[in-house]
Design a protein around this ligand. Structure first.
Ligand code: SF4
Length: 337
């Protein structure tokens, strides 16, 4: 089957799939505490997710990242991972991975490794128990640390994703860097994004630019830019003193759009071809319109990719993101960040 190529010549090789909008945490920058979740019938079933992801794999997607909400709280989620494992075994898929808050990893790490997952991104902003409780509201740090240990023990490579937060990350950045060096985990810092209605929390108050974070890091370490790019938004530096590679994801810059090979699928089957644009294509309708035949679905996927825009348009400097909720109305927990 023809690979998916967008109007700007970019081959689509990476699909990020949110399998649920639910989560067992209520991180202050992501959800309000009394979050209302989507009705069940709007969420794709695991069978529908299998069919849809398999269609993308047929079209040349080589890398699948499973996200949420928290993907591992979805009932029977391992059957979906097992189903995707068949594409790894056939060689069609090069990588199956997930982003998780780590709360369920202790239970699932060994099974994930068994079906062929090799790497896992764990969202962890702090190593301080009180601060962890404050930031996640419902999360408990020891449970997550046990999950990370289980992942490590199962042979999974762990990358820690830490959101850069004014005050909190400023105080703790060096502890996180040292802990990751000691444990052998990769580390990426992420700038907060102007997305979704999250209640009373103010995004701009929480915003700490990665330029400032990087300058602080350079006070203690010698930073060397790593030139290799992954097609994704991260830029990397190496800390010469420890040999660690640290990633930076700055969604506000446009520096990765030209090489962007990725699209995102929400748990309701909406395909977003650009994180920074509102538009989406409804693949659930095509999926449910033709349960026996994939031709309609294949056409819908190709049509959606033709709509992938050249780039995105975040800009705090216009002041619009100061309005609570920001400019992009869909939720991080639906799209998986
Ligand atoms: S940021 Fe992740 S862990 Fe926190 S509430 Fe949102 S989906 Fe859950």
């Amino acid at each position: 089957m023809d690979p998916l190529v967008d109007p700007f010549g970019r081959s689509i090789r990476y699909l990020r799939v949110s399998v649920t909008d639910r989560c067992d945490f209520r991180c202050v920058y992501c959800m309000s505490e009394d979050m209302t979740f989507l009705p069940k019938n709007e969420i794709l079933t695991l069978e529908e997710l299998d069919r849809l992801c398999s269609a993308f794999v047929r079209h040349g997607v080589e890398k699948l990242r499973i996200t949420g909400g928290e993907p591992l709280v979805r009932r029977n989620i391992m059957s979906f991972f097992e189903a995707m494992g068949r594409h790894l075994r056939s060689g069609a898929l090069r990588e199956l991975t997930l982003t998780t808050n780590g709360s369920q990893l202790e239970r699932f790490a060994a099974d994930l490794a068994r079906v062929g997952v090799r790497r896992v991104n764990v969202s962890l902003d702090t190593l301080d128990e009180d601060r962890f409780r404050k930031l996640t509201r419902w999360g408990r740090l020891p449970q997550v640390l046990r999950g990370i240990e289980a992942a490590h023990a199962a042979g999974l490579r762990v990358k820690i994703n830490a959101v850069a937060l004014k005050g909190d990350t400023e105080e703790e950045m060096f502890d996180l860097v040292q802990w990751c060096a000691k444990e052998g985990h990769d580390l990426t810092f992420i700038e907060v994004m102007p997305m979704g209605d999250i209640g009373n929390e103010m995004r701009l108050d929480q915003f700490w630019s990665l330029r400032d974070l990087r300058a602080r890091l350079a006070e203690r370490y010698t930073l060397t830019d790593v030139t290799e790019r992954t097609g994704g938004p991260a830029r990397y530096v190496r800390l010469e003193e420890t040999g660690q590679k640290i990633g930076f994801i700055t969604p506000l810059s446009h520096n990765f759009c030209e090489s962007c090979n990725r699209v995102r699928l929400t748990c309701t089957g909406q395909l977003h071809t650009c994180l920074g644009q509102e538009g989406a294509s409804d693949l659930r309708a095509s999926l449910r319109a033709s349960t026996m035949d994939d031709a309609v679905l294949d056409d819908a996927i190709r049509a959606a990719i033709r709509l992938k825009p050249k780039g995105h348009d975040f800009d705090y400097s216009r002041g619009e993101a100061g309005v609570v909720g920001g400019r992009i109305s869909r939720h991080m927990s639906h799209t998986g960040g």
